[in-house]
Design a protein. Sequence first.
Length: 219
Amino acid sequence: MSIPKLVIFDCDGILVDTENLANRRLAEWFVAAGYPTTFEYCRKYFSGRSMASVQKEIEETTTVRLGADFVDRWNAGLPDLFAHGVEAVPYVRDFIEAVRAAGIPYCVATSARISKMHITLGQTGLLPLFEHAMFSSTMVSRGKPFPDLFLHAAKTMGFAPADCIVIEDSVAGTQAGIAAGMRVYSYHGDPYSDRDGLAGAGGVLFDDMRELAGLVPIH
């Protein structure tokens, strides 16, 4: 396999360990709104997706109404939620540095808003490594599992989809990368990861960031 011309990183669950914090709060909010769910369910089915798409699914399939201001309220609470306890995913910085050293362009493309990335990447010291190229699902009409975000990132960075690889941890994100015509490496190092779902979506599985340098040809 040839050396990729662009490496696209997801953010939550790949660069920063936020999924458990976020989905515990999400489950609490949903239960309070009358949608019976659990942290485990949210972690499995809503990770890697925009809150707008999650709200749309719930309101189209149930009688629960989360309110027109749901997404705004959710985003307003993120600075407090991520003020403490957010850490970089173990060893991911080493791989980023290896990609940089190899001279391969890279970026971050995530369902999260740019403002949220500034909080979480800022907390972990990774923000300076990604400020040059940050892409959010707010920039496209359809979020993951649709390919729009990754295609937008590749086009903006000046590369053909076939020359890009994606580093993901969610089923929706893996599906989006595959649909974009990119090779996807799917991380399942979190105990709540949907390993079977990731495999079914077509990702190359790995459970330790130290494995990536051996899986991805960067030299």
